[in-house]
Design a protein around this ligand. Structure first.
Ligand code: GLC
Ligand code: CA
Length: 548
């Protein structure tokens, strides 16, 4: 690898997301740990990914699966130590992969020393100025300062006595930081250096569009008013222009390393032009594009999303990111087994309703879901840009829909009074073995219960079995590594419900989104996402990779 290639590794990387608590447990406490990740470095290398991204492993009260960070520069003792972290980075680097860690700058955990200090210090103090504290409305300040909703349900304001409230857009254990405060800014620069100095290659930035806030209005606008405004420069909370001055500072830190550290922002901003601003070389460099997470499995939708995002990426000189699953959504294999709705909020409602019914009677079937999931994955892996895979999708793992309420951990479940079932069903510890205690996850239980059918989706059950989802991923990732050489994509005319594009002389991708077979274009078959039918056909819900 030349130095140039080294600094551009992220442009077309395949990044495997690890949710550390649910990956592999080496000490039998039911919680995945960093040693578990180090132990599986060979598995990750054989899978053929280029990098791993670890969701938070920092000390945390786990009010939001670790996204409530109480110490940004340490490892949760239940997950390991800094020594384990260094050993894990070494093990991953040793097999030629890179390491990306999660940065959670929008909010700290409520046990963070800053927040504890703020609670003790009282109104008007320097300690409170690191967060967003405000006086309540009404007699004695008993009412919250505004009617804003938390994303997890309930009010976004939590009372602390004496008519004071603090802002938390997520759980109440996640107080929002005040990014106008220079101390907050300095501290995060230190955090970035801390991990970069330990050899981390890149950062994933949580809620990157939320840091800059303008709470100067008095009274504050209502939820209805800000919904009307929508994210952007005049919205008090989301996607304000000032947020980019934060990332300009971060970029200086990233670029002070050789090779420069990479970053990708979690940016829930629909307007691709606004989203692109996070992806400039002077900013984070790359932004997540979640369009495929919310799209039905339909050719027209996929084509429009690809075209739009490639055009945007070209404008900033970045590359696009493609995501079908992560720790926040229903696993795509299951999502694709539900009726495909074009309205993302209706699709979300449907998914939640199905989860609430304990996954009984799925409206469509698991086979359709799996076929579509593999077809979509091969489609995505053929696109220019980087692809983010979520642990377990390489096994075709379904969502665990029937978790008992007593086992649930997600604040979205608790704060919505059970109306939202939440995200635990995508976070159940991985099955490594067909049978045995926690299916090889560890020597004892699993912190979220695994269902009896789990073993059939284990690494042991799928490794080496021709046509298994794991073998399809391995084959596709090996081919992708060999074939990706340009960032070009050229569409080729195709019948309705089929998308066909060329990456190079040696690589074309054709996907049949329909429930019936379609004619197969000429070319040598390199691989298929599922079983093949007659030679002149692309079976239903199937992607083929072809060469000339
Ligand atoms: C991001 C994370 C999600 C978390 C939220 C608050 O959206 O992906 O898991 O709950 O931020 O930190
Ligand atoms: Ca453990």
């Amino acid at each position: 690898m030349g130095p140039q290639e080294q600094s551009n590794w992220w442009r077309d990387a395949t990044v495997y997301q690890i949710y550390p608590r649910s990956f592999a447990d080496t000490n039998g406490d039911g919680i995945g740990d960093l040693r578990g990740v180090a132990d599986r470095a060979a598995y990750l290398a054989a899978l053929g990914v280029d990098a791993v991204w670890l969701s938070p492993f920092y000390p945390s009260k786990l009010a939001d699966g670790g996204y409530d960070v109480d110490d940004y520069r340490n490892v949760d003792p239940r997950i390991g130590t800094l020594v384990d972290f260094d050993a894990m980075v070494a093990a991953i680097h040793e097999v030629g992969l890179r390491v990306v860690v999660d940065v959670v700058p929008n909010h700290t955990g409520s046990s963070h020393p800053w927040f504890q200090e703020a609670l003790a210090a009282g109104p008007g103090s320097k300690a409170r100025a690191r967060y967003h504290f405000r006086t309540g409305r009404g007699p004695g300040g008993a009412e919250p300062p505004s009617d804003w909703d938390s994303i997890f349900g309930g009010s976004a304001w939590e009372p602390v006595g004496a008519g004071q409230f603090y802002l938390h857009f997520y759980a109440k254990e996640q107080p929002d930081l005040n990014w106008d405060n220079p101390e907050v800014r300095q501290d995060f620069l230190q955090t970035l250096r801390f991990w970069a100095d330990r050899g981390v290659d890149g950062f994933r930035i949580d809620v990157a569009h939320g840091l800059a806030k303008d709470l100067s209005a008095d009274p504050l606008p209502s939820q209805a008013e800000i919904d009307e405004i929508g994210p952007g420069p005049t919205h008090p909370l989301w996607d304000r222009d000032e947020v980019h001055s934060i990332y300009a500072e971060w970029r200086e830190v990233f670029d002070s390393y050789d090779p420069p550290r990479a970053a990708v922002g979690e940016v829930w901003v629909d307007d691709p032009a606004r989203r692109a601003r996070y992806a400039t070389p002077a900013g984070l460099g790359q932004a997540f594009n979640f369009d495929l997470l919310r799209a039905p499995f339909e050719a027209a939708d996929y084509r429009a999303i690809v075209a739009r995002n490639l055009a945007q990426a070209a404008l900033t000189g970045s590359t696009s990111t493609w995501v079908l699953s992560n720790h926040d959504v229903i696993r795509h294999r299951t999502r694709f087994g539900l009726p495909q709705l074009r309205d993302p909020s209706a699709a979300q409602e449907l998914g939640q309703a199905w989860l609430r019914s304990n996954g009984i009677e799925p409206p469509e079937d698991r086979r359709t879901g799996l076929a579509r999931a593999r077809a979509a994955t091969l489609f995505v892996l053929a696109l220019p840009g980087s692809a983010y895979l979520y642990q377990g999708e390489e096994l075709g793992l379904p969502e665990v829909a029937d978790l008992p309420d007593s086992a649930r951990q997600d604040p979205a479940f608790f704060r919505s009074g059970g109306r939202e079932v939440g995200r635990d069903g995508a976070r159940v510890p991985l099955p490594w073995k067909r049978t045995g205690t926690s299916f090889g996850f560890g020597d004892d239980g699993a912190h979220l219960p695994q269902p009896p059918w789990y073993g059939q989706f284990s690494v042991e059950a799928e490794a080496g079995r021709p046509g298994s989802t794991l073998e399809i991923y391995r084959q596709a990732l090996a081919l992708r590594r060999r074939l990706r050489d340009t960032e070009e994509l050229t569409w080729i005319d195709a019948p309705a419900d089929v998308l066909h594009f060329r990456r190079s002389d040696a690589w074309r991708c054709v996907t049949n989104f329909a429930a019936g077979a379609k004619p197969r274009p000429a070319g040598r078959l390199m691989m298929a996402s599922g079983p093949l039918g007659p030679k002149h056909e692309i079976p239903a819900h199937t992607t083929l990779w072809l060469s000339d």
